[in-house]
Design a protein around this ligand. Structure first.
Ligand code: ATP
Length: 342
């Protein structure tokens, strides 16, 4: 039976890069032998324009009843779409890998880190009181959320370089004590993993001066949001940065970047969206016990890494002249050729 993927094309460059990702997924499923079907779930600025609301109920229902969601970037209505979906579907872990890659220009070599960001609380809970003379936004943290996100970070570190950097601002806000206590409690169950603590301002500095020191960066919602864009700059381009939003039951996969309103969509880099599809396959393959999907995810990642070494396949954000469509066609060619060699 086909796995149903709900698809949010999104705004700006979204429809172009989502189309690329779907083409690549269709080719991948054919090559590796598994079934996917796609159901469009309009959401974002375009949906607000066309249907009167940024996340129509029909779209929400399609997303909730699908096996996984592939989401493109959404513009002004991001809060009503992605912040809402993360909270409503309890997608509490936002996992954002960043790696320097051959062929992609960066000041650094050998950066390989993952930001594990709590995805449902903090200031993005949007508990606000805004008046003419004052504005208040509450930072909400609960022990339950701090424990479960810490577990995700430590589990991940165990299969990597065994180091978690806990990032907070405890010297100013006592609330972070809750987060720290939860992380230290979880750390006791992972004796092979080292935990270090860092204030967020120092983390921002270390990320651009000494990024190789990080393995897993564990942090709260807003800090994780900001540090992610910085990490993307360190490894080369936002056009490469992808993320998983996962809970215990459901997963939604998307690029880290926004709608890139300043560029011609035809020249958008589709790689972040394609890599979001790659971790979607990995997650779905594990959830469903489908080895072909996991193999396909590995094959797709290798094909992307291979492609990025060919300067003719780079989009303008990486210094090249390729269009999103060129990248898509070439990537499918590489996938087909690699598979033939096996
Ligand atoms: P939004 O308001 O939707 O968040 P933004 O412009 O504030 O949009 P991003 O869309 O994340 O933020 O873009 C930040 C910068 O990175 C922009 O210069 C944009 O062109 C560039 N960028 C982001 N994604 C890509 C991509 N996939 N390909 C090429 N350039 C990109």
């Amino acid at each position: 039976m086909a796995n149903v993927i709900s698809v949010i094309p999104g705004d700006g460059i979204g429809p172009v890069i989502v189309k690329s990702a779907i083409k690549v997924l269709e080719a991948t499923s054919e090559i590796y032998g598994f079934k996917l079907s796609f159901v469009e779930a309009p959401a974002g600025d375009a949906a607000k324009r066309d249907f009167g609301e940024p996340l129509p109920k029909s779209s929400f229902d399609k997303i909730r009843s699908s096996d996984a969601c592939l989401k493109g970037p959404v513009g002004e209505t991001a809060k009503d779409v992605i912040v809402f979906l993360r909270q409503k579907l309890d997608l509490y872990a936002n996992i954002r890998p960043f790696k320097t890659l051959p062929g992609v220009s960066s000041k650094w070599k050998d950066v390989d880190l993952v930001i594990v960001r709590e995805n449902t609380e903090d200031l993005y809970k949007c508990v606000e009181d805004v008046g003419e003379e004052h504005a208040v936004a509450l930072m909400v943290l609960t022990k339950k959320a701090c424990l479960r996100i810490s577990n995700v970070a430590f589990q991940m570190a165990e299969s990597r370089r065994k180091k978690v950097t806990l990032i907070h601002k405890i010297n100013v806000l006592r609330s972070f004590e809750l987060f720290r206590k939860a992380a230290l409690e979880v750390a006791r169950s992972y004796p092979s993993v080292i935990i270090e603590e860092m204030l967020v301002d120092n983390a921002a500095y270390q990320l651009v001066t000494n990024p190789q020191r990080f393995d897993v960066m564990l942090t709260t919602n807003m800090f994780g949001d900001i540090l992610s864009d910085e990490a993307a700059g360190v490894v080369g381009s936002l056009g490469l940065a992808y993320s998983a939003n996962v809970g215990d039951e459901f997963g939604l996969f998307e690029p880290v970047h926004g709608t890139a309103p300043d560029i011609d969509p035809l020249y958008a880099n589709p790689i972040a969206q394609i890599m979001a599809s790659k971790i979607m396959l990995e997650w779905l393959g594990r959830k469903k016990g489908n080895a072909a999907m996991i193999e396909a995810a590995n094959g797709l990642e290798n094909a992307v890494f291979y492609l990025l070494q060919d300067s003719k396949s780079l989009t303008p954000d990486l210094g090249g002249r390729a269009t999103a469509e060129d990248v898509t066609k070439r990537l499918i060619d590489v996938l087909l050729k690699e598979r033939c060699k096996l």
